[in-house]
Design a binder for this molecule. Structure first.
Ligand code: AMP
Ligand code: MG
Length: 361
């Protein structure tokens, strides 16, 4: 039985098995139309194993994940995170299918995060994706993890042509589309900003995720001086963490250090972003990646952007950290541009940069 549809509807989600997704209503007449494509995206670049299902009209059907939590006081050991991913992989993918109400055979395309990331972790997602592509006889697409973060940000916020701040546990870059690629205008010279917050939180015994704990503690803090390190358009965070930890040892209150860490690191990012905006003459700023969840950060970027007549967009929280939907949507875009992988050429690349990807969609 075909459920009642409104004109223009394409069924998807729990009510939409594959056959029904092919029916579109025009007036009172149901017609066969080209079905919307479904992509299963697999994310496994670092701490998170995620699966997401998106369709080619930009609808998100499911988003499931399981994040490896290191032992108290320890950072991510790549091998341990990879073992975690292998343990949870089938369950997370199964949950994504159940959440979206589709079966494996409904999936038209398999995408995976091909890089950058931690090699043992990347390989778990790649093996899962290759296995599914072979079993289902579906095309396989490798998605650049950073490009996935950017594109979901654009899809979810409606930003058209922004300067992008990609700020996460594994990356810190200021990018903008120019000449068919996301060019890197500035980036960290050492550790990413999320990693800096995580390192400080870990040493100070604040808990996980570090960035969120620092944000909470910072609310009652006041400013103490920390090094401010911008070199041209690039940034350095490692020395700031060392200085903050030194001050912690000397007795400075942890809340004051959290507040000052945020103010210093975020002001550095605001400075570089402002220069990128001035240089490109773009009128939008988009924040993506786990650190985009920080309210003080989006406030600081927002103030700067407003003063320049630019609009600020922040990726919604559920797509800020690593997740499979980023990869599913990235997979749809890459597939649309005709970039598919042969299994033999689907090796992961732990150092694959966003600016190596041709943006052909
Ligand atoms: P990702 O690498 O994109 O999955 O994001 C994880 C990073 O985001 C970690 O470094 C977290 O500490 C950081 N993070 C999460 N929530 C917040 C927050 N509210 N403020 C700052 N950083 C955060
Ligand atoms: Mg990320």
């Amino acid at each position: 039985m075909v459920p009642a549809l409104r004109a223009g509807d394409i069924l998807s989600g729990p009510q939409g098995p594959r056959a029904l997704r092919k029916m579109r209503v025009r007036g009172n007449q149901q017609q066969e139309v080209k079905s919307s494509m479904l992509c299963l995206g697999i994310e496994s670049t670092a701490h998170t194993f995620g699966a997401g299902i998106a369709d080619s009209d930009g609808r998100i059907l499911s988003n499931t994940r399981d994040t490896f939590v290191p032992k108290q006081g320890k950072g991510i050991v790549p091998r341990e995170a990879a073992d975690h991913h292998a343990d949870v992989c089938s369950r997370v993918i199964g949950d994504a299918l159940r959440q979206s109400g589709v079966t494996l055979s409904d999936i038209d395309l398999i995408a995976f995060a091909q890089g950058p990331g931690l090699p043992p972790c990347l390989r778990v997602g790649a093996v899962a994706a290759r296995t599914l592509a072979l079993k289902l006889n579906r095309p396989l697409v490798g998605v650049n993890h950073a490009v996935g973060h950017i594109e979901i940000g654009k899809l979810a916020t409606g930003a058209q042509d922004p300067v992008i701040l990609y700020v996460s546990g594994g990356n810190t870059q200021v990018l903008a589309l120019a000449g068919g690629r996301y060019r890197v205008f500035g980036e960290t010279l050492d550790i990413p900003v999320g990693n800096a917050l995580d390192q400080f939180a870990r040493e100070a015994g604040l808990g996980n995720p570090g960035g969120r704990c620092v944000e909470e503690a910072a609310r009652s803090g006041k400013y103490v001086e920390l090094p401010y390190v911008v070199k041209g358009m690039d940034l350095s965070f490692a020395g700031i963490v060392t200085a903050a930890l030194q001050k912690l040892k000397e007795g400075t209150a942890v809340e004051d250090l959290c507040y000052s860490l945020q103010e210093t690191c975020f002001a550095m990012l605001v400075e570089v972003t402002e220069r990128a905006l001035a240089h490109t003459d773009k009128k939008e700023v988009l924040l993506v990646g786990g650190v985009a969840a920080n309210k003080r950060f989006s406030e600081m970027i927002g103030i700067m952007a407003k003063e320049r007549g630019a609009k600020t967009f922040v990726v919604p929280q559920e797509y800020a950290g690593d997740n499979g939907v980023n990869i599913a949507w990235g997979g749809i875009l890459e597939h649309r541009a005709g970039r598919m992988l042969e299994i033999e050429k689907s090796a992961t690349d732990s150092r694959w940069r966003a600016d190596e990807v041709e943006v052909r969609w």
